[in-house]
Ligand binder design. Structure first.
Ligand SMILES: [Mg+2]
Length: 237
């Protein structure tokens, strides 16, 4: 196997704890899309992958994995009276504000600083908008260690296309075979495979399960902190 020299992280469910960060936002999203109609809001949540009672998220559903545009289209198809354009605009606002209340899975500043000190190139590729990613990096103190950021609106295409990985390679001078792609959804792992990334690594802090992520991942970790123990094997293989 190629030596791994760069790591491209998904954001939600990977750097940020999905349930703590996103379940309240999903409820607000449904309220906006239903224009306050509570019964419709419940139906919209179900249609997009969240049980309104338990908060359980279906792996790889729209709410687990979709970008703002895809979620908006799904909400319209499920009965939202708003237009997809209007929803996309309002949900991007909501998501950018939500970054202020998100909960990280670990001390991200320390985590990124240690990986940076070991010489890894680091990036974040998210289906969220770029503004939210940059805000998150700043808020949790790891912006200075990140070599690359791509949102669904950054011009590198969307997951699971290869573009965000290839953009990371262009920004860092790495070959895809030297890159580890880390995420909590199959669209992250498929993006890695579509780009011929060196290794795909699943984490269980998001909406996926060991079962749902097994086929497309080379490794499955409880959370990103286990990556630090795995990396020497990947680096000196
Ligand atoms: Mg994710």
């Amino acid at each position: 196997m190629q030596t791994i020299k760069g790591i491209l992280f998904d954001k939600d469910g990977t750097l940020l704890d999905y349930d703590e960060s996103w379940l309240p936002v999903n409820r607000e999203l449904a309220r906006i899309a239903a224009e306050g109609d509570a019964a419709l809001a419940g139906r919209l949540l179900l249609a997009c992958g969240m049980d309104p009672l338990t908060g359980h998220i279906v792996p790889d559903s729209l709410l687990a994995a979709g970008n703002t545009r895809q979620i908006s289209d799904g909400l319209v198809a499920a009965g939202s009276p708003l237009s997809a354009d209007e929803l996309t605009h309002r949900l991007d606002e909501l998501f950018a504000n939500a970054a202020e209340f998100s909960v990280p899975v670990t001390d991200l500043a320390g985590f990124f600083a240690r990986l940076h000190a070991r010489g890894f190139k680091l990036g974040v590729a998210s289906s969220d908008n770029e503004r939210s990613i940059r805000f998150t990096a700043k808020r949790f103190g790891f912006a200075e260690y990140v070599d690359y950021v791509a949102g669904y609106d950054s011009g590198f295409g969307v997951k699971p296309e290869a573009g965000m990985v290839l953009g990371f390679c262009a920004a860092t001078g790495l070959d895809p075979s030297e890159v580890a792609v880390v995420g909590d959804n199959n669209h992250d792992l498929h993006m890695g495979r579509n780009a011929n990334a060196g290794v795909t690594i699943a984490v269980l802090t998001g909406t996926g399960s060991r079962e749902s992520l097994a086929a497309a991942s080379d490794h499955c970790l409880n959370d990103i902190t286990e990556l630090e123990g795995l990396l020497p094997d990947l680096q000196f293989a």
